[in-house]
Design a protein around this ligand. Structure first.
Ligand SMILES: [Zn+2]
Length: 234
């Protein structure tokens, strides 16, 4: 299972790349997600903290799509839940943390770019609320960022390896709410098909992998996903 931004839009979290996406509307916002711009410019960091504070994901609740994956796991039919989302809604819905592979990291934790010390984003945001423009690492004074993968940063090889192994070892590889245009996430479809899995795609818009898929569903994810899963795993 691979999930993307489309799985969280019903929870009120905007899709960055979609037609109404944050980046599509405001290309300058992309700077906030670029590691070089972030490390090199205190102003970019300050804007990033303010953006993190007002991220709609903080108050978001899981939706029907998240819950249908919890149900699939309960039936013992979920090999892994690879996600491009950083919002932690799969875990909040009740998916086992052990099964969730966060390809792009998460926004709930922060990490120091100098010494690697981790802590909670909420603690850093409290410091922003208290007046700090750019809260630094309490251990070493280094620049702190959320534990997400920014543009210009590699994916965590351990997470990517586990995702690749799962893709190579499944009957159905289901890609939900992802445009399948961002690599290496999209390449997991190739891995799955090459190893004999059938590919199912649930997404509002066409993807570059539709021609490889045994099933393509374009209906709203909330209802379509649970219907599809009931059909694939009776
Ligand atoms: Zn540090």
């Amino acid at each position: 299972m691979l999930t993307g931004a489309g799985v969280s839009t019903d929870s009120g979290i905007p899709d960055f790349r979609g037609p109404n996406g944050v980046w599509t509307k405001n290309p300058d916002a992309q700077k906030l997600f670029d590691i070089d711009a972030y490390l090199g410019d205190p102003e970019v960091r300050h804007r990033s903290w303010l953006a993190r504070r007002r991220n709609p994901a903080w108050g978001a609740e899981p939706n029907a799509a998240h819950l249908s994956l919890v149900e699939l796991e309960g039936r013992g039919a979920l090999r892994a839940l690879v996600t491009q989302n950083i919002d932690r809604l799969h875990q909040k819905a009740g998916s086992s943390p052990d099964l969730v592979l966060e390809l792009h990291g998460n926004m709930v934790e922060v990490v120091c770019t100098a010494c690697g010390t981790g802590s909670l984003t909420q603690d850093a945001l409290d410091r922003v609320d208290a007046g700090e423009a750019d809260p630094r690492c309490l251990a070493c004074g280094g620049i702190v960022k959320t534990a997400t993968v920014m543009f210009g940063q590699p994916l965590d090889p351990t997470v990517l390896d586990a995702a690749t192994q799962a893709a190579a070892d499944c009957e159905w590889f289901v890609a939900v709410g992802t445009s399948l245009r961002v690599h290496p996430a999209a390449g997991l479809c190739d891995v799955a098909v090459r190893n004999g899995a059938r590919l199912a795609i649930v997404n509002a818009d066409p993807t570059p992998y539709d021609h490889l898929a045994a099933r393509v569903v374009r209906e709203p994810i909330g209802t379509a996903l649970s219907a599809l899963l009931a059909e694939l795993v009776p």
